[in-house]
Design a protein around this ligand. Sequence first.
Ligand code: F6R
Ligand code: MG
Ligand code: MG
Length: 368
Amino acid sequence: MVEKVTLSVIKADVGGYVGHSSIHPVLLEEAQRHLEAAKGDGIIVDFHVTRVGDDLELIMTHRKGVDDPEVHHLAWRTFEECIRVAKSLKLYGAGQDLLSDAFSGNVKGMGPGVAEMEFVERESEPVLIFMADKTSAGAWNMPLYKMFADPFNTAGLVISPKMHEGFSFEVHDVKEHKRIVFHCPEEIYDLLLFIGAPGRYIIKAVYHKGTGEIGAVSSTQRLALIAGRYVGKDDPVCIVRCQGEFPAVGEALEPFSMPHIVEGWMRGSHFGPLMPVSVPQSNPTRFDGPPRVVALGFQLADGRLIGPRDMFDDPSYDEARRLCNVVAEHLRRHGPFEPQRLPLEAMEYTTMPQVMERFRNRFEDLGD
Ligand code: F6R
Ligand code: MG
Ligand code: MG
């Protein structure tokens, strides 16, 4: 039997530097040390530690399948140790993303974001890891739709015999905890009806319709829904396999040339454009933003991560970044008004209800 590889991306905010704008290098070094030891112990095959904004990202390969307790425990322990270091430096919000003191076998539902997929490595296996800061799970809905269902984005859907059949989208209803699969292109209108509301319906995975092979997977953890209160933003991740029967690398990156508007930004309570940047530029500072996305590219070689290439470190994304600044400026001028601020329904998961509570008794009945 051909051995499968598992690609796991597990992330958490382990403490910000300065405020929520970035991460201190010692935390990356601490994580590096832990994963190096785990590689030596044979728990993982290979790894890459990186960050986007204030989020620590552990990219790991192994042979244990998705949801493996040992791999999840490794990530959990690494976060705990990084938090210990972050606390010694009094870095900001250290530990805010670990919602429990005790690990229970899987990091899902405990704060960290997770995207994992298991597959047989192809003769050549290019993968892209997208990581975002200051935004929510659901931010990948539009880009994933464009990559795998929009012929104006992905030429291969029209002209490649390997892609022409289309893709299936697994969508999660994160409020009702249900899933549904849409087959595209025949059900694109049905798919769009749901994923156009990314706060609730989130694309979890995409599969090739002919082979059933997994092409993409995203983290769908919504911190506010897990905790029942505002605890920072989800800052999601997404893995995309490229080339051959999947979108070319350029087709998978193309959606980010249009900085779509996502929820997040300041206090997780505002709409802003998602800015594609290199890792060194992923320091959301203006009004704690605007939200950022980085993309690291790897070639897999028997589980080894060959790379990374910092994909948005490219002048062809300069215009997207410029447009982001223009859109960000326009939205900012709305100040505390919608649509810069999120609608009331979403604000109910922030600290807004506590402020509103003070006025509860001052409301008078209008009578009839
Ligand atoms: C957004 C984010 C920041 C904080 C803001 C206030 O995801 O992390 O915008 O919400 O800096 O932070 P606190 O409440 O920790 O002072
Ligand atoms: Mg933070
Ligand atoms: Mg963050």
